[in-house]
Design a protein around this ligand. Structure first.
Ligand SMILES: [Zn+2]
Length: 76
């Protein structure tokens, strides 16, 4: 009976140790990962005010509230 309790306590201690090491690893950010945040998969699409080309909102060049696909199309 007493041996069983020791065994359970030992298993709990090992489980806690493993859990702590896993949590400690996940908290530390990997150095190789780039710092820029991951872009959401559902990008809002906009179209170029000049040529009408569709592009992601984040990739568009914005000027005076209008989206453009490239710097050439921003120029009047
Ligand atoms: Zn364009």
């Amino acid at each position: 009976m007493f041996g069983k309790i020791l065994l359970v306590m030992g298993l709990v201690a090992v489980a806690l140790f493993m859990l702590r090491s896993v949590l400690g690893k996940s908290k530390k950010p990997p150095a190789s990962k780039p710092p820029e945040p991951t872009q959401p998969s559902a990008q809002r699409l906009v179209h170029c005010d000049r040529c009408g080309a569709h592009l992601a909102e984040s990739e568009a060049i914005w000027k005076a509230g209008r989206a453009y696909c490239c710097p050439e199309h921003v120029e009047p």
